[in-house]
Structure formats: C-alpha cells, structure tokens
Design a protein around this ligand. Structure first.
Ligand code: F6R
Length: 262
C-alpha cells in the first residue's frame, strides 16, 4: 500500500489526477470507477481543468459508479446525475458511457446482477477512486458488510444518512436504501485510490490502514489488495502511527526516482 501525505486539497487533487491521467493516456479503452461525495471533488475539478487547458481527452473512457441511492437514479440528487454534473459531461465522456446500478429498477437484485455483468463485460475497472465514510465504509458497504460481498441492495446506517443529509433539502429525504458495489467487487479493480481529507477522517483512516482486517471497518479490506494508493492531507493522517515512515518513503521515492514497492 502506498500512502502519500500532502499539504492540502490542491496537492491531493493534482496527485490523484496524475494517476487518472496516466491511465487515460496509456489505456486504449480505460474504465474508470468513480466515487461521489466531497472527497474527490477537487480531483474532478482538476481533471476538468486539464481537459480544458491541456486538451486531456476522455472521450474513449467508460465510467462505472460505486453506488446509487434507491429511487433517485433519474433524479438530480442521484449519483449518476451528480457524476455527470461534476465531471463526465465537462470532460466529454458521453452519457451512455456512464453506468451505475439502476436504483429505480422494479427488481433491485436483478439490477445488481446486471450491473456485475456489465462490469465484467467491460473488462474490469482500471482505476477506482474511493472515499471513506466516518464509519469506515467504502461505497455504501456499511460495517458488518461481508468482505467478499458483491453488488447488492443495502440499508444505510443512521450515521451515513446523517452525514449525507447535507446534499438534500431535508434530512428525511435521504433514502434508506441504496445499491452498492460489494467489497469483493471493489477489490477486483486493478488499482484502488483512496482519498481522505480533514480531521474527521483521521480515525477511520487509521483503523482502515493500521487496524485489523475486519468487516466492522469495510475499508480495512484494502489491505488485501496488491495495488492501493492512499492520498491523505496532513489532518487525515494525524492518527497514523506510520505517518513519518510514509513521508520518508515518499521523499526517497521522489529523490531517487524509482518506485518503492508497497
Ligand atoms: C460515494 C461513496 C461513499 C463516500 C464516503 C465519503 O460514492 O461511495 O463511500 O466516498 O461516504 O464521503 P465524502 O467524500 O463526502 O466524505
């Protein structure tokens, strides 16, 4: 696991945008896995800037969402609408190349199975952007989710609904149900990039990176994956016992210009 600790949101966005750019430039039909939420917003803005200012082309990319609320797939507050609004429309990725689990389907289990089929048929996700919830969730895999879980309907915890209420007019509008890629599904992406910023994420980040692998901290499953890059600001790294070591690895890597294995 590579852990990069940077000063602020702008540096975090540049670093993650560099990783996305490498995939977009080097892969004939890149598959990007995109998270919604606040954590990746500066990164998406940086990708839009590179598209407009530097001509970075995304038309050949396909996008798969991590998750979607039930009942909001065709709604403004739905994750597919959000991702189109903040990034994919602005960088020229066609709407039909942006896919998510269909939270408006009559048969939600069938919609989840169909989403797994579409992910598999795409050849799999090249780079998956992830955020982390206050309770350690990734996607909408709440604590106690099976580490091998697949895309499925889930009930959101009261904590997650409260955290996400800021995106809705009334707290009671936050759906109780969502569809999410499972932890097992997420772990099949070829490169996982976890972003976290701010003091509120310090505890969950430390539990995920330095605690035991446990279903009670879904993000701890990242420890099982061979290629993970975690990009933190200083505040989100505060509780890491190995923070100084990660800083030393980064500076050695920068000065020697070689890749240090995770
Ligand atoms: C969003 C998602 C969630 C968020 C997490 C952090 O698609 O899957 O796991 O990444 O809740 O949210 P923010 O970034 O808003 O703190």
């Amino acid at each position: 696991m590579k852990v990069r600790i940077v000063a602020d949101a702008a540096a975090q966005a540049r670093l993650v945008a560099d990783l996305v750019e490498q995939v977009v430039r080097s892969t004939p039909r890149p598959v990007l896995g995109l998270a919604t939420g606040s954590s990746p917003l500066a990164t998406y803005a940086e990708l839009v800037r590179r598209h407009r200012a530097e001509g970075l082309a995304f038309e050949h990319c396909r996008v798969f969402l991590l998750d979607e609320y039930v009942g909001l797939t065709r709604h403004e507050a739905g994750y597919r609408s959000q991702i189109r609004r903040v990034v994919t429309d602005a960088v020229g990725i066609p709407p039909d190349a942006v896919q998510g689990p269909d939270g408006d389907a009559a048969d939600l289990d069938a919609a989840c199975a169909a989403y797994e089929d579409r992910l598999r048929a795409s050849g799999g996700v090249d780079l998956q952007v992830l955020g982390i919830g206050a309770d350690g969730h990734i996607g909408f895999n709440e604590p106690a989710s099976a580490l091998g879980s697949r895309t499925r309907p889930v009930v959101l915890t009261a904590r997650t609904r409260a955290d996400n209420a800021r995106h809705f007019d009334h707290p009671g509008d936050v759906p109780r149900l969502a569809l999410t890629q499972g932890i097992g599904t997420i772990l099949e992406a070829r490169h996982l990039v976890l972003l976290a910023a701010g003091a509120a994420k310090a505890g969950p980040v430390a539990r995920a990176l330095e605690g035991p692998i446990t279903a009670m901290v879904p993000a701890s499953a990242l420890q099982l994956h061979p290629r993970v890059t975690v990009v933190l600001d200083d505040a989100a790294a505060t509780d890491l016992r190995l923070a100084d070591h990660h800083r030393e690895v980064s500076s050695l890597e920068a000065s020697h210009r070689y890749g240090v294995g995770p």
